[in-house]
Ligand binder design. Sequence first.
Ligand code: KG4
Ligand code: ZN
Length: 338
Amino acid sequence: MSNLILGIESSCDETAAAVVESGRREVASVVHSQIDEHAKWGGVVPEIASRSHLEQILPVLDRCLSEAQVELTDLAGIAVTNRPGLIGSLLVGVGAAKGLALATDLPLVGVDHIKAHVYAATMDLAHDPYPAIALVVSGGHTALYLAEGALSMTPLASTLDDAAGEAFDKVAHMLGLSYPGGPSISKLALEGDPKAIAFPRYRPKRGGLGFSFSGLKTAVLYHLRGGDALAPTPAPEDIVERANVAASFQEAVVDALVKMTLKAAKEHNLTQVLVAGGVGCNQRLREVFAQASEPEGIHVHFPPPDRCTDNAVMIAGLGWQLFETGQAGDLNLDASPR
Ligand code: KG4
Ligand code: ZN
């Protein structure tokens, strides 16, 4: 009996396919990123994304199966991201998965993209990481969950406005840096002083849990405009000033993410934290988490960087868990933006 699952991901701006064995071992993984197509717009354009997925989905699937050296008949099932995400993009992956399932008679399962991001942080662990606090930080989501198992996640808090990755992308745009903003800001921040500018940190009322990044984003804009809200679009010439803005902005985001996550862990008496999503690539986030968690006896696990950003390994991995627990779907599988 085969333990090989084909995973398909197309929820945002990566077209990806992977073959994973027993929910853990990567056999092959192909990711086609649309970054170049969206870069000049400073963010993901949904129409461009859907069209690019249509062009890429079959070549990506072909390359993945050939790199894995498996035939469709060697597979045990097909897993596809069916929520949440851009609906036009999701439909491309779901359509391809249904076509393959129909042609091969393989079982099909729909996978939640957010749970899959968290699952990615557990794939390399030798021990059981549950129960844990999970922080999902990506371009579309910033939220904390109480994770009691790979398939059992209760939401604890989320952002009131922008996601952390979205704030990185928008501030990068203000600084005239390339999209996606996370990698460009973190690179520039290496040259800057994180304490140079005291950007505001959001604190939820009554000591609750939560995030908000739009006030921070506006504070950066006002800082760049020298306090004049109507001034023309800034982007300082001075390289030291630009690096200081990048470093101080990054520090404010990292500070909020780390403090809220550790607060949630302490409130729930948990010593395991899983961090997932594209912003999880951020080196400063990893450093500050390590420094702040150690004295509290809390262990923070990150996936390797290529599994923080969107990929299909996490979809095939969590898909296998769904098949194992008898949760296969059928050809009526729906895509949902939420
Ligand atoms: O998880 P992901 O690939 O896609 C979504 O599901 O949204 O995350 C993409 C986001 C982008 O906003 C990008 O700027 C951010 O992750 N990102 C980073 C870094 N690398 C990617 N943010 C901060 N630091 C990074 N090194
Ligand atoms: Zn994602």
